[in-house]
Design a protein around this ligand. Structure first.
Ligand SMILES: Cc1cc2nc3c(=O)[nH]c(=O)nc-3n(C[C@H](O)[C@H](O)[C@H](O)COP(=O)(O)OP(=O)(O)OC[C@H]3O[C@@H](n4cnc5c(N)ncnc54)[C@H](O)[C@@H]3O)c2cc1C
Length: 472
């Protein structure tokens, strides 16, 4: 092969992973550079397919050719070398090579890691039984289809998006579904309490049996087939199929110990370059460097983000000046005909420096905007896809509250005369602690510094705000 070790070709772009991010990056690279050599390495046996629509394949709404978005011929036409069923074992940054499990090595000039996430393996007895699925790849969806004929009851262990989409398709096929939820409510790390309740109502109305604070202790089998679940409190639930894997982890084993910086995912800057400037990462495996990463501590799992980061990565690999990756969406999905988008830190509870603006629009639509230190840091939109695009952009920019609401056409009542139209922070003139003076504060009002207890007068002259010591 022309791209083997020792036969370095100029501009050989190598991409590991052929999901949304890798595939998109390859297409963007080819559009931008007609001469470059582009290779995609994937452990999967199929070309790029619509992973988030595996549930539609199970119900038959999408056929196999419709799911497999592009045939091998399309890759040939685009002159993209597609190495199927080929797994990368390790990246060797010093040699500019990736080492395959087969022992071969492939040289790169620029490398993109788009390896996504994998389900954290289930460490309970029975996990190896037939009928236990992770449902996160096409072979897994084919397995569910194969099992469908004999399915009456299914248990979905955990409330992750993969399990939920399987739930929806199984219900459509007449299977009874019990969903085990680990905590006392849905997705506490992603959703506020109100949206959790909306999700719960949506699922119960669709016919799902929800079991809160319930974890599986063992999977029960007869012969080598699943027949039930034993919960942690010793209860037995009937199940001919068990779907596992609500916790997901970025696939980073191939860079461990190589000096490429990782945290939960592979750390990237706004151009998606890793700590090695010729190696990029995009999609679910990429984690923004810096302290306040959008991902709080959980892996990203978002098709829209992966898709658009593929473009950003391609531009970075071509050495072009790019708009920084402005993706703040953490989840965008449609379940049982209702849309849900979680953007940035939309779940943060109110209190301290966090405020939330909740905008119910009747029982079917709910929006929650979250401000931290008066800046827009997150949003949740349930029941509609409207404004998600705008909110994604806005949350990435973290504008001040007044400006965000103005952009969204939600401007609040203008403050009365003498009231500050925006929130500002100043330092205490005594102890230098930072004080946040909220929008709507009246000129000459008094606030007490929480650090040194001094009474301070808010001076506001219509343009400038400062803090004076003493009485108004
Ligand atoms: C059933 C299901 C439903 C979903 N629903 C939604 C939804 O409603 N909304 C949403 O936003 N997202 C959804 N997702 C998530 C979405 O599909 C992912 O966020 C998206 O696919 C991420 O794209 P990616 O390119 O980063 O990684 P992936 O699509 O995971 O692709 C990574 C690829 O890299 C390959 N790979 C990994 N390591 C290696 C290696 N060492 N060598 C070779 N190949 C390797 C993997 O096999 C995989 O094919 C869903 C996912 C599933 C499975």
């Amino acid at each position: 092969m022309s791209y083997q070790s020792g036969e370095s070709v100029k501009n050989h772009f190598v991409i590991v992973g052929n999901g949304a991010a890798g595939y998109r990056a390859a297409k963007a690279l080819r559009r931008a550079d007609a001469d470059a050599q582009i290779s995609i390495i994937t452990e999967e046996r199929h070309p790029f397919y619509l992973r988030r629509q595996l549930a539609d394949f199970v119900t038959g709404t999408l056929s196999l050719p419709e799911l497999i978005f592009q045939s091998r011929n399309t890759y040939r036409r685009d002159r993209i070398d597609l190495l199927l069923m080929t797994r990368v074992e390790r990246v060797d940054p010093a040699a500019h090579e990736v080492a395959l499990f087969s022992g071969e090595r492939i040289h790169y000039d620029r490398l993109l890691l788009a390896t996504g996430t994998h389900a954290v393996p289930l460490a309970i007895p029975g996990a190896e039984l037939e009928g236990v699925v992770t449902f996160d790849s096409l072979p897994q969806a084919q397995e569910v289809r194969r099992l469908l004929r004999d399915l009456r009851d299914a248990a979905i262990l955990g409330e992750g998006i993969v399990g939920l989409s399987l739930t929806e398709s199984l219900l459509a096929m007449g299977v009874r579904v019990t969903q085990l939820v680990r905590g006392e409510r849905f997705w506490p790390e992603m959703l506020d309490e109100h949206t959790s309740r909306l999700m719960q109502n949506l699922l119960e109305d669709a016919g799902v049996t929800l079991r809160y604070e319930t974890e599986a202790h063992a999977i029960i089998g007869a012969g080598d087939r699943v027949i039930g679940i034993e919960t942690a409190i010793g209860e037995t639930l009937r199940a001919d199929l068990a779907a596992v894997g609500c916790r997901r982890q970025p696939v980073i084993d191939l860079v461990q110990g190589t000096g490429i910086e990782v945290r939960r995912g592979i750390l990237v800057d706004s151009r998606l370059a890793t700590s090695r400037p010729d190696i990029f990462a995009a999609g679910d495996v990429a984690e923004p460097a810096g302290p306040a990463s959008f991902a709080d501590n959980d892996a990203a799992f978002c098709w829209q983000r992966a898709w658009s980061l593929g473009d950003v990565a391609a531009a970075g690999m071509l050495g072009r000046t790019v708009e920084p990756a402005m993706e703040a969406v953490r989840l965008r999905t449609a379940l049982f005909g209702r849309e849900l988008a979680v953007i940035g830190r939309g779940h943060l509870p109110e209190g301290g420096n966090v405020t939330a603006l909740e905008l119910p629009h009747g029982p079917d639509v709910f929006r929650r905007l979250v401000f931290q230190d008066d800046r827009l840091v997150g949003a949740i939109v349930f029941g509609t896809g409207e404004s998600v695009h705008e909110l994604n952009r806005l949350v990435a920019l973290r504008p001040l509250r007044a400006s965000a609401l103005g952009t969204l056409g939600l401007a609040e009542e203008p403050p009365g005369p003498g009231l500050m139209p925006t929130t500002l922070a100043r330092h205490c003139p005594i102890c230098a602690a930072e004080l946040v003076v909220r929008q709507g504060t009246a000129a000459d009002s008094v606030l007490r510094c929480p650090t040194c207890n001094t009474n301070l007068v808010v001076r506001w002259d219509g343009e400038r705000m400062w803090l004076d010591i003493g009485r108004p």
